[in-house]
Design a protein around this ligand. Structure first.
Ligand code: NAD
Ligand code: MG
Length: 344
């Protein structure tokens, strides 16, 4: 299936080879981390013409300028010119950082994304946002630039740890809740084990692609994608800064419950809809124990959210299932109440 520059395929190596045969790239670099080198590189290696492998360490902690310096240095040492190609083989960290490096090297060279996590297949590799973290601020430095192609192959997911798979699923769930009522009705009775990635990944990509095409720079509609991410980010930042490991999607799933509760409180969804969402998420994700969490401190993190304006916490709420309202101002008490609801 092809959606614009995104190709969903069961044979990524062959599709990549076809693209390379049509172009006349002077040099090719492939960016990997230790996990994608071990598990994903073997899937593309044999068909790939001569190339330079650039390896970085995995993890958000390495999505930094220092890592970029290493990548730019490699490209410079190997005399990569403007007709070179950069291939990102990995999850969202590789895609964001590698895209940023390619998009800025000599004012930009072509790059292709081969997303290898569920999260990067349905979310990070779609929409042209590239960047790195800076002094502890997430995605603080970056740019918008579209990859030449995004090649999605579900075979990469076979080696992905289950916890990463569940984390990525939170974005699929979000896409359904904000844009596809019928899809949600089908999803909500399924177990995680019964999920069919061959249909839900392309469907999710379609939803995100449609939204970002209509509003590439987030002046309106694209904000819908932040559903679950206001309270979710507050929980994620608080836990990470207090040394408790949590994956992004796990925090987003908790954030979806909180923001669905706020949607219910404002009479935008029914109690039954709220219960369906809560039960579904609780069937998939282990509940984060928030009772020993300093809710006031979570709210302090909410006050620092990038999306806020004039000291207001701005959130996206559901307006019925499959539809949203954005720029909804939340006060501190409402945010606290939603955390209490989650913890009940
Ligand atoms: P990640 O890139 O850190 O990958 C998670 C882990 O899985 C890593 O340890 C990685 O080495 C490993 N891995 C990757 N593919 C594997 C495979 N096939 N088999 C085994 N192990 C594999 O995490 P992620 O969840 O993919 O991405 C998170 C990043 O994406 C964050 O930095 C976030 O800011 C970014 N993001 C960007 C956008 C965007 O629009 N640009 C959207 C959402 C998220
Ligand atoms: Mg997200």
């Amino acid at each position: 299936m092809t959606i614009d520059n995104i190709i969903i395929t069961g044979n990524v190596s062959e599709v990549l080879n076809d693209i390379l045969n049509k172009e006349n790239y002077s040099k090719i670099a492939v960016l990997v981390d230790e996990n994608t080198l071990a598990h994903c590189y073997p899937l593309i290696k044999s068909n790939l013409p001569q190339h330079t492998l650039i390896q970085i360490k995995s993890g958000e902690i390495n999505k930094t300028l220092n890592t970029c310096t290493h990548v730019w240095q490699e490209l410079t040492d190997q005399s990569f010119d403007r007709k070179s190609l950069f291939i990102n083989l990995g999850g969202g960290v590789i895609g964001d950082l590698g895209g940023f490096c390619a998009g800025t090297y000599k004012r930009g060279i072509d790059f292709i994304n081969l997303p290898t996590t569920l999260l990067s297949q349905v979310d990070a590799s779609v929409g042209g946002k590239l960047g790195i973290d800076f002094n502890g601020f997430k995605n603080h430095i970056g740019l918008f630039q579209e990859p030449k192609n995004v090649l999605i192959d579900l075979n990469f997911l076979k080696t992905l740890p289950e916890q990463e798979l569940r984390s990525g699923f939170a974005e699929i769930l979000k896409h359904h809740l904000i844009a596809d009522r019928t899809g949600w009705e089908g999803l909500k009775h399924k177990t995680f084990e019964a999920m069919d990635w061959t249909t839900s990944v392309p469907h999710s990509v379609q939803i995100k692609h449609k939204i970002v095409t209509e509003d590439p720079h987030e002046s309106g509609l694209r904000k819908a994608l932040n559903f679950g991410h206001t309270i979710g980010h507050g929980i994620e930042s608080y836990l990470l800064n207090s040394g408790r490991a949590i994956l992004h999607g796990e925090a987003v799933a908790a954030g979806i419950i909180c923001e669905a509760y706020l949607s219910y409180k404002r009479e935008l969804i029914t109690e039954e809809e709220l219960n369906d969402i809560t039960q579904f998420i609780q069937s998939i994700y282990e509940k984060i124990n928030l009772s020993d969490l300093d809710r006031e401190e979570v709210c302090n993190y909410l006050m620092q959210d990038k999306k806020n304006r004039d000291n207001n916490i701005l959130a996206v709420l559901l307006n019925g299932i499959g539809s949203v309202v954005w720029d909804q101002s939340l006060d501190r008490q409402e945010s606290l109440d939603s955390l209490v609801f989650y913890d009940k």
